[in-house]
Ligand binder design. Sequence first.
Ligand SMILES: [Zn+2]
Length: 407
Amino acid sequence: MNADRLLSSFLDLVAVESPSFHEAPMAALCARLLADLGFAVEVDGSAEATGSDTGNLIARLPGTAPGRLALAAHLDTVMPCAGIEVVREEVAAAEMGPAYEPDGPALEVLRSAGATILSADDKAGIAAILEGVRSAMEAGAPRPDLTVLLTTCEEQSLLGASALAEGALAWPAGLASGFDGAPGGRPAPGTPLPCYVLDADGRPGTIITGAPCHWTMAAEFSGRAAHAGVEPEAGASAIAMAAAAVSAMGLGRLDERTTANVGVIAGGTAVNVVPASCRLEGECRSLDAGRALAQRDAMTAACERAAAALGGAVEVTWALDYPAVLFDDDAPVVARAAAAARAAGLAPRLARTGGGADANVLGAKGCQAVTLGIGMANFHSTDELIAVRDLEGAARLVEALIAEYAG
Ligand SMILES: [Zn+2]
């Protein structure tokens, strides 16, 4: 792992603005960098479905030994991301949180000058993949067939990964493979592809074994408009219905695996009109698909009871944004990530998260997808930062994964 090259590659990636739906310049840069490493690069046809100005980037490098490995990250970032200025400074270890030894030496971190995000989410992931692959190639050690997947619109409910076509990650018949000539040859079609998504907080070595499914709710309450001063009795307040429904719902952290939230409320037209309509938007998440369905039904019932009690009606719709991922602690795809972490000098730590990532949908795309921590902190904010040593750890982890999956 070449630390200087890693840092300069990270800064090059950060310099290219790539908010969701506008990832084309970033995709072009990554395509060039991967092609320079010898990858066969293609852009899939997902742009039409996602509304982005580019598709997902899929790059393949034939192995020198039997084995398969996919590495994934996302091209897009949240905003504000225009003109990111990176500053390098020292931060006391105690300020970095419990994952760092409080009495340890100060840490060098990268952060933005303040007006924007840093975009370590997920350019640190991309930089780690590029440097890890490059280092493995320079070392000349055996390597598996490598697939690099860089998705669009991850920050938009995983739109890019969701739009990957069935079979898009299969190894093309016409492309050489490290399995060629090996006993048993190439894996049977349909054999899940181990895929590591470099896109979580937590120091490198963090292995996300569970992430919840995500349901989104929209509830439209209908009441009856009336003059609020002259004949309020003739009205039925849709805002009161929505308020009663929210009050009756269990929200927040419901159990170890389940959360729920109402995040948007909008309704009414003027202070002197009993409101005839009100809209609620909310969500529920759970590692347990059945528990999520039960919570979804309870939130629907709360809406229906409130509407009926106050003389109105409600229409509730739910959409599943992505399913849950849940691996046993001793699943091979987890154990091999832990082995690679140890080989890279990192402490493996298994964790579950309440957020979604591309791994949530890649399970349905022929992958066994596990998200890995890369050390980004305070992400989705202008306080976002990453410790230089964590960026380096993520790149060493990629190199160790390549070694782990060779043969
Ligand atoms: Zn991310």
